[in-house]
Design a protein around this ligand. Structure first.
Ligand SMILES: *Cc1c(COP(=O)(O)O)cnc(C)c1O
Ligand SMILES: *[C@@H]1O[C@H](CO)[C@@H](O)[C@H](O)[C@H]1NC(C)=O
Length: 400
C-alpha cells in the first residue's frame, strides 16, 4: 500500500532523475538510501556510490562496465580492440543476465567462464581458482568474478569470503549479485549467509524482489567513489553545465548509461520510513519461515521429493511430485523422461482450473521440477497447504 502511494506520487510529480534542479528531493533520497545500503553491506568507506537502475540485469551490466573501465580506462575511447582477451567468471547456476552483459558489452559470451557448483548450487572456490589459472596459461586476462547471493533457481549463497580471498590473490574485481538475496541483509537472523559481501567491489540489490517494493527498483552499489561517473560521463553541455550555482556533484545523471531516468527511489524511501528496517526484517523473516514450512511439509509428504538436500537458505524450494504410477519402478532414463513431463501437465491443469500457479524448470540433466519462491509476506501456511494439496489432487492420477 505504501509502495503504491509512492508510485502515485512519483507519477504525479512526473519528473526526471537526470539533474538536481529537476528532481532535488528525489536525488537527495537516492543518495541517502545508497548510503544506507552501503552500511548494511558493511563497507567502511564513508563515501557511498551507486545508482538505481531499471532492474538487476542492467545493474549487473553496470558492474561489468565499471570493472572493465577500472582496469582499462582507455576502453571508453579506443574500444575493445585495444584490450587483451579479457575473461570473466560466474557460477554455472548464474542468471542468464551475465551472458547478456558480456554480449552487450562486446566481451563475447565465449569469454564468460562458468564455474562448477556443488549439489546445493554454491560456487566451488577450488574450481574457480583452477579456471583462473587455466585461463592465464591460455594467455587470457581474468578481470572479474561474479558471485551470487541467492541464485535464481536454488536460492543458493556462494561462499563469498572464500571467493573474496581468490579475487584478492589474483587482483580481480569481485561482484556480488544479490538481486534476490540482498533483502536478507535486513534480517539479523539471516544476514550471516552473506558474510564476505563487505569485501565485494560492487553489489546488485533489487528492492523490488525480497523487499516487495513495486517494480521497478534495483540498485547497483560501488565501493569506490567516482568510478561510475568517470566511466559513463559525457558532460552534455545542455544538461550538465559545470557553472551552475549549486554543487554539481548532485547532478548524478551523468553516471548512468541513460539520459532521462525514472524516479524509482521515492516508493522505497516511503516504505522504509513507514516500516523501518525492523518492518522489512519481520516481513523477510516471515517469508523465510514460510519456506521452512514448505520444506518441512515436503519432507513428510509421501509423493514429494526435494531436488537438493537440506533446509532452504532462501525462500526457493525445489521439488518433484512423483505420481503413484511412477512409484516403485526403476529410475532409468525412461522414468526420468516421464517425470520430466509431470510439472507441465500439472501446471496446465492448474491454469485450466484457475486455482493456483507455480513455476517449474529443468536444471542441467535434472528433469523438470517445481520451484516455489516465497516473497509475499501475506502468504499463509494454509495457502501453502492448499498448493501442495492441489498438486497432489491434480497429479495423483497422471499415467504415462
Ligand atoms: C532477478 C535476478 C536478476 C535480474 O533482475 P531483473 O530486475 O529481473 O533484471 C539478476 N540476478 C539474480 C540473481 C536475480 O535473481
Ligand atoms: C552473476 O550471477 C548471477 C546469478 O548467479 C546472475 O544473476 C548474474 O546475471 C550474473 N552476472 C553478472 C554480470 O553479475
Amino acid at each position: 500500500m505504501v509502495g503504491l502511494a509512492g508510485e502515485w506520487l512519483t507519477a504525479t510529480a512526473n519528473t526526471n532523475m537526470f539533474t538536481y534542479e529537476i528532481a532535488p528531493v528525489f536525488i537527495i533520497m537516492e543518495g541517502l538510501l545508497i548510503k544506507k545500503m552501503h552500511e548494511l553491506i558493511g563497507w567502511r568507506e564513508n563515501e557511498a556510490d551507486g545508482i538505481f537502475s531499471p532492474g538487476g540485469t542492467i545493474s549487473n551490466i553496470y558492474s561489468v562496465l565499471a570493472a572493465r573501465y577500472k582496469f582499462y580506462p582507455f576502453v571508453k575511447t579506443k574500444g575493445m580492440a585495444a584490450l587483451p582477451n579479457i575473461v570473466l567468471f560466474t557460477s554455472e547456476h548464474s542468471h542468464y543476465s551475465f551472458e547478456k552483459a558480456s554480449a552487450v558489452l562486446g566481451i563475447g559470451t565465449e569469454n564468460v567462464i562458468t564455474v562448477k557448483c556443488d549439489e546445493r548450487g554454491k560456487m566451488i572456490p577450488s574450481d574457480l581458482e583452477e579456471k583462473i589459472v587455466k585461463q592465464k596459461e591460455m594467455g587470457h586476462v581474468p578481470f572479474y568474478v561474479n558471485a551470487t547471493a541467492g541464485t535464481t533457481v536454488y536460492g543458493a549463497f556462494d561462499p563469498l569470503a572464500k571467493i573474496a580471498d581468490i579475487c584478492e590473490k589474483y587482483g580481480l574485481w569481485m561482484h556480488v549479485d544479490a538481486a534476490w538475496g540482498g533483502g536478507l541483509l535486513l534480517s539479523k537472523k539471516h544476514q550471516f549467509k552473506m558474510n564476505g559481501i563487505e569485501r565485494a567491489d560492487s553489489v546488485t540489490w533489487n528492492p523490488h524482489k525480497m523487499m516487495s517494493v513495486p517494480l521497478q527498483c534495483s540498485a547497483i552499489l560501488f565501493r569506490e567513489k567516482g568510478l561510475l561517473q568517470a566511466c559513463n560521463q559525457f558532460c552534455a553541455g545542455y544538461l550538465f553545465q559545470p557553472d551552475k550555482f549549486y554543487d554539481v556533484t548532485y547532478d548524478t545523471g551523468d553516471k548512468t548509461i541513460q539520459c532521462g531516468r525514472h524516479v524509482d527511489i521515492f516508493k522505497l524511501w516511503l516504505m522504509w520510513k513507514a516500516k523501518g528496517t525492523c518492518g522489512f526484517e519481520l516481513q523477510i523473516n516471515k517469508c523465510l519461515e514460510n519456506a521452512d514450512y514448505v520444506y518441512k511439509k515436503l519432507t513428510c509428504r509421501e509423493n514429494f521429493e526435494l531436488v537438493f538436500p537440506g533446509e532452504p537458505e532462501h525462500t526457493n524450494v525445489c521439488f518433484w511430485y512423483i505420481p503413484p504410477s511412477l512409484k516403485g519402478i526403476s529410475r532409468d532414463k525412461e522414468w526420468n523422461d516421464k517425470l520430466h513431463k509431470v510439472p507441465a501437465k500439472i501446471k496446465a491443469l492448474m491454469m485450466e482450473k484457475g486455482t493456483v500457479m507455480v513455476s517449474y524448470q529443468p536444471l542441467k540433466e535434472k528433469p523438470n521440477f517445481f520451484r516455489i519462491v516465497l516473497s509475499n509476506p501475506a502468504s499463509k501456511k494454509s495457502d501453502i497447504d492448499f498448493l501442495l494439496d492441489e498438486i497432489e489432487r491434480l497429479g495423483h492420477e497422471l499415467e504415462f
